[in-house]
Design a binder for this molecule. Sequence first.
Ligand code: PFF
Length: 464
Amino acid sequence: MNNSIEANKVKASMSRGSFATALGAFVATLGSAVGLGNIWKFPYLTGANGGAAFIIIYVISTLLVGLPVMMAEIMLGRKARANAIATMNKLSPSKRQPWWVIGAMGALAAFLIMAFYSEVAGWVVAYIFKSSFGSILSTNPEVTSQAFSTLVVDPIQSLFWQWLVLAVVCVILVRGVSKGIEATTKRLIPLLFVLLLIVDIRSLTLPGAGEGIKFLFSPDFSKITAAAVLTALGLAFFKLSIGMGTMITYGSYWPDGQNIPTSTARVMFSDLLVSILAGLAIFPAVFAFGYEPGAGPSLLFITIPSVFASMPFGNIFMVLFFLLAAVAATGAMISLVEVPVAFLNEQFKMSRSKATVLTTVAIAVFGSSAALSNSLLAGVQLFGMNLFDLYDFVSSNILLPLGGLLIVIFVGWFWGDDKVKAALSNNGSLKNQAIIAAYTVIVKFVTPLLVLVVMLRGLNLLPF
Ligand code: PFF
């Protein structure tokens, strides 16, 4: 009797999929964290917010907010072994407390983020092809900036590249958690590091590169405003894929014996390393060519072509660079789409293929509004933003911090310290009491307060 219950449990957990090894779980999770956030968002936000001082605020945000939320999500997911909505429902101390709302908000955030993210990934893929034909390779900023505008104002091209990207994501996800997500990220993450290093060396050896290094590493705190702090916090959430159930979903595929504090800290530091490497690839070159570091979202698409144009065999390196930017984006996108896929798959007993196709088609339809926000829908403005910027703002600055806040409140105040202890020490087999004690204090007091104050201040809801 007991045996058949056990057998059923094993069957159920096998059918929902999991990462095969601890290394695979680490790489897949890093694959979710690493993405256009490192190669596109981190550099342009650092550029627009004054450089080194912004990076310091960002690192503090990841340590006091990012890492605690990530640990919370992974442990909840691994405990419940279910999608984000079901996890919160299962672990809620009373059915009357609607913690599942966190998961539902996460699914909404997945749609908003995918709408603009798949568009940027689409530009990256377009650049792989365009750079192969040499059409955007020029050291003249006017030529590269003209090439970029031509792409984004063309509705057909915008939709085409976005949908192509979504089709690739769909194909990977249909193959499942281990054969799709784990196998893909395991191959691509090491390549990304190698390519970044090659570009770094090139960028750092350009004449005039020193100014860019100074910009990245010598802080000027007068540039820090309340808005910049909110941006850094929003970036920490976005970068580490937290606050919306992605890490709950991935945590549900983590092996039982994996050390959560150590592995999540490794993910955080490796992700930070990728961001710094991306900054080193971009800023020395930005300064060497006399560009403005505060160019905003177009920094990657206007500056990078010039970097490559200035080196021998630049077109080959540029193809590889954008290929790897696309690869980085892929690991992040599959984790975003996995949130609603896991939900549909488990909750409605829909097959994995059906759930994946349905979700990707829905994202393609909704995401078109972001893809067309520079052309047919350029006139649609809300709160002074076009749809692309609006989706980014609402997800990074409202939904993710709010989701993260609720998650740490749940773990710190409702779930129970004994359960946190058991989850983080693997039921007592790890001797990490000091870490757990510190974590309990941070998750109860520091993280929620920080997120709350910064969110309210950023939304102009505080009197100071
Ligand atoms: N962390 C990804 C990046 O930095 O590009 C973006 C992301 C992925 C955000 C998954 C949120 C998420 F759930």
